[in-house]
Design a protein around this ligand. Sequence first.
Ligand code: ADP
Ligand code: MG
Length: 626
Amino acid sequence: MSEKTKTKTKTKTKSKPKTETGEISIHTENIFPIIKKWLYSEKEIFLRELVSNAVDAISKLKNIALVEGLKLSDEYAVDIKIDEEKKTLSISDNGLGMTSDEVRKYINQVAFSSAEDFIEKFKGLEDKNEIIGHFGLGFYSTFMVSDLVEIKTLSYQEDAEPADWSCDGTTKYSLGVGKRKDRGTEIVLHLSEDEKEFLNKDRVQEILVKFCNFLPVTIRLDGEQINDSNPLWTQSASELKEEDYREFYRKLYPMSGEPLFWIHLNIDYPFNLKGILYFPRLNNEFDVTKSHIKLFCNQVFVSDNCPELIPEFLTPLQGCLDAPDLPLNVSRSYLQNDPQVRKIREVISSRVAAKVVELAKKGNEEFAPIWNDIHTFVKYGMMREDKFYNKVKDHVIYRSTGEQKYTTLLDYLERAKEKHEGKIYYANDEGTQATYLKLFESQGMEVLIFDSMIDNHFIQFLESKGEETKFERVDSDITENLLEQDKDSKVVDGDNKTRNERIEEVFKSGLDIKGLSIRIETLKDDSVPGMILLNEQSRRFKEMMRNMGQGGDAPEMDMFAEHTLMINTASPVVEKLLALKEAGDEEKAGLLTEQVYDLAMLSHMALTKERMAAFLERSGKLLGLI
Ligand code: ADP
Ligand code: MG
């Protein structure tokens, strides 16, 4: 309601029983076309406004009855009726009703001047979507669809006289003694020619279901109740069962599958906020630009597009929020910065964190399947919000090659203490990194799998958070634990060269590849002759540049512009190669050298077209030699 009442009512006739006609004075000339144009696509809100007014009238009466100890034996209800012949839609309630004076005051003045306020407030706004649910227009919105609006009302007050009011949307109105016998108010809309859709029962029902589905008073359309006056979020969580929440979810989103879990909010202080937030099972196509939460204000539906209310990282959340104290007749950009809205976002974020922790505490068996659906936005949330990060960080789990399948970072580091303190070995592609994973596994070393889109950033984020945490991809280096420690390389020939030096020489001279270095090691595992190592830091740098779209296809952005071929001296293939060299069989030695390199590159899917062709040809040749 507007605090200033700019409106004055001039009456031409004052003697009571006669019908008075008058002029409603509003300051903005002809605000009507403006409103009509604005709300063009949302004209249907008139019904929400009228039904909410009716519900308000009933709650006011209930309060009065309580305070004044009145005995009212009514069943409260709002009735919507369509009269196709008369081309009217009527909304009636058995609320507190109005006297003629009240009609003058509340309708002629308040309703019309709040419409004017509405226009004033949003005048400069270019984007109509900036107005949330088009709140604030109220009773006046009826004129969007009607040629004539009548009010037939009888106040609850003793000896009250019924009043009839009518107006065609211009500033002229008439007000007289009415015939209504029952307490309450009926609003009759004579729909204009273009708005006949509101005579269609299905259409009216659709609007009522959208806006009025959860109103606290019985709402009937042509005698049939259509709403659930006691929606789940108004009930106490302790009295609800799992199935109640699932059923309610199906009611809200009939086309969706089962929710993963939910949070029931019931906050009274420092603000009012009720609601149920559901975590849907995500597929890859969720629309990240739109919030799926339905916003209500005292059980009246407001909007299902209110991203301001939830932290950005929780966009996939569904469900409903009832925030009765929210300032709704403001623009979105205002709402975004409103301290109360910020508080709401914080509360939601903290409740989600608590829920994640609660689920994690149930143990990995239960948590892991859920985790797969939620890890992306939990990780995103951790990167975006410090408070959220701190609450969940010790509970976040990662897929592991170890026995336990999933582990927290703390547990992993604890187990890793002996073998590789502080270092976290990870793989981000189990296919191309299979050789390395096998090697780690054979030495009983646990590797974490970070294979989703967000993980690249997430790893860097975790490193920035803890000085102790260093991530290394399995192919970035060869850890001490995979190496045979006591296999010294013995001097093997007359030029005083060790076996290792010989091997290095064979590969250095045998492979003419730009950016390639050779490193000789003895692995505990003898099954792989050679592996490619990519330095962690330079690989990350190149990945970053590539993701930023810099460098394009320039050779320096190639992951393999610099790479190391690690030769495993324990491999029988390497032994064979040395023997061939010894015997002076340069051709076969050459084939084998190239083959070892290509096999190592192949496991990275990194062979160029030319090398792939040569590899296949050589493989054929080698097979012929068996
Ligand atoms: P608001 O509901 O925000 O006050 P409206 O324009 O919707 O603004 O309504 C203006 C006023 O008219 C209400 O505050 C109320 O006093 C009165 N009114 C409207 N509808 C009814 C009704 N069905 N019964 C009683 N009073 C009503
Ligand atoms: Mg209203």
